[in-house]
Design a protein around this ligand. Sequence first.
Ligand code: HEC
Ligand code: HEC
Length: 278
Amino acid sequence: MTKRVLCLTALTIALATLATPQAIPLGRGPAPAGPPPPPFGGRLKVYESAAVSRGLSAYTSNCASCHGATARGNTAPDLIRSSVTMHDTDGVQLGDNLKAAAHQTVAKLSLPADQVYDIAAYLHSRVSDSAGRGQVHTAEVLVGDPKAGEAYFKGAGRCNTCHSVTGDLKGIGGRFDAPSLQERIVMPPRTAGKGMPANAIKATVTSQNSAPVTGVLLRLTDFDVILRFPDGSQQSWTINHGVPKVVTTDPLQAHIDIMTTLKDSDMHNLTAYLAGVK
Ligand code: HEC
Ligand code: HEC
């Protein structure tokens, strides 16, 4: 499990999915305005198909010559696995990258923002497809080799460092159909829950004169942090120039990372393997 201090905005956004309906006593500082962007950039968002197809043609005429016809890289990097794409929301970061000096020196492009949005829609939908989140059918999903899936689960995938098919994943093949199973492998659902849910983002707050305090992270901005404890109580702190220190831990970080490295074949094999775990 990697501990990392997540980018504050990304975290604030992620928290929107965690926030409980009850009123949260807020610390100082403004509440985030407007509807929150999706938690992991635009890549889990479903874009309207018209934007995706416009994006494909804009991509093909402006980017494919260097980044490859399928965006998997050519003389220029793979854009499906690029961290710029991963952190992009609706073309904003892609657009910034295109305008930046580094990219301007390799390709003098100046595309209108709506075209960059379409290209982002296309790239994000490709990320979804390659992770098996597009429209999938059971027959297409269960094309993998369960033996190879088992080997990956215990080997390269390191899934068995957190899971066991006779423990927490016992019977998983009977609980979900193949497309849902595949979706859970890529990104298990994040629930707010009660107590300390296994899939909730946690944070440890270290103030100068007291012991570190760990709880479920309900809110983190530049100005304040709110934790919830197993008994349901909450505490908030005002943050002043980075004090107190807040370190977040995301139990699903491994799954977020998997999304960038998992090959389609690994995914199919894993799904076939777990579908057989009764
Ligand atoms: C003439 C070739 C060329 C064209 C055309 C081109 N790029 Fe690039 N691009 C590159 C090269 C080379 C790099 C790597 C150097 C760099 O990061 O600046 C790059 C890097 C990038 C990166 C950063 C990748 C990473 O993970 O670091 C993004 C994002 C990107 N390009 C998007 C685009 C998009 C979107 C288009 C089309 C609108 C496009 N590029 C058109 C050559 C090109
Ligand atoms: C570093 C720990 C870690 C690793 C490594 C990891 N996972 Fe997970 N996984 C989790 C956590 C935490 C959850 C959420 C558990 C919960 O909600 O109770 C989860 C949930 C899941 C679920 C959903 C279970 C359910 O009942 O809904 C599946 C399926 C799954 N992981 C498969 C995998 C596979 C396959 C791999 C290897 C490619 C893997 N995981 C690697 C931590 C990990």
